[in-house]
Design a protein. Structure first.
Length: 151
C-alpha cells in the first residue's frame, strides 16, 4: 500500500476529516473543503473558485495524486473541476486546493467540511522525447476529432 503523508496547512480547521474512501471498493478518497473561518462560499453559475482543503501533501516518488470531480456533485449541482484531473506532483509541498466551477444554472453553496473532490493515487512513468524523420503508418493516420464517427 502507498502512503501519502499529510500535514495541516497553517490556520486549517483540524476537525475537518482527512481524505477517506467512502467504500471498500472506492478508487478515490473524498477530500473536503476547509474554508477560512468555516464560512461557506457561494458560486454563481459560471463562476469558479479555488477551494482550500487545509492540507499539504507529500506524494511518494514515482506517483502522482490526481484530483478528480465527484460525479454526484456534477450531476446534481453542476460542480466540475476546471482542470480535471488535476495533478499533484511528488515534489509539490504547497497547499492542496481544488479549482471548482459551477457549470449549473443556479448558485451552489460550498460548505465548510463538504466533500468537494476525490483523490486518486496513480503511478507515473516518465518518457524521453526524441525527434525522428517520420512516424509509422496506422489505420487511423492523422484523423483527429470526430474522425472515428458519431456512433
Amino acid at each position: 500500500m502507498v502512503q501519502v503523508r499529510l500535514m495541516w496547512d497553517e490556520g486549517a480547521d483540524r476537525s475537518v476529516p482527512l481524505p477517506e474512501y467512502a467504500t471498500a471498493g472506492a478508487a478515490g478518497a473524498d477530500v473536503r473543503a476547509n474554508l477560512p473561518g468555516g464560512v461557506s462560499v457561494t458560486l454563481a453559475p459560471g463562476a469558479r473558485a479555488l477551494i482550500p482543503t487545509g492540507l499539504r501533501v507529500a506524494v511518494p516518488d514515482g506517483f502522482e495524486l490526481q484530483v478528480r470531480p465527484r460525479s454526484g456533485l456534477a450531476l446534481k449541482q453542476g460542480l466540475m473541476l476546471v482542470n480535471a484531473p488535476g495533478t499533484i506532483d511528488s515534489d509539490y509541498r504547497g497547499p492542496l486546493g481544488v479549482i471548482v466551477l459551477n457549470a449549473g444554472d443556479a448558485p451552489v453553496v460550498i460548505a465548510h467540511g463538504m466533500r468537494i473532490a476525490q483523490l486518486i493515487v496513480a503511478p507515473v512513468v516518465q518518457a524521453t522525447f526524441g525527434l525522428v524523420g517520420g512516424l509509422d503508418d496506422t489505420g487511423r493516420g492523422a484523423g483527429g476529432f470526430g474522425s472515428t464517427g458519431v456512433i
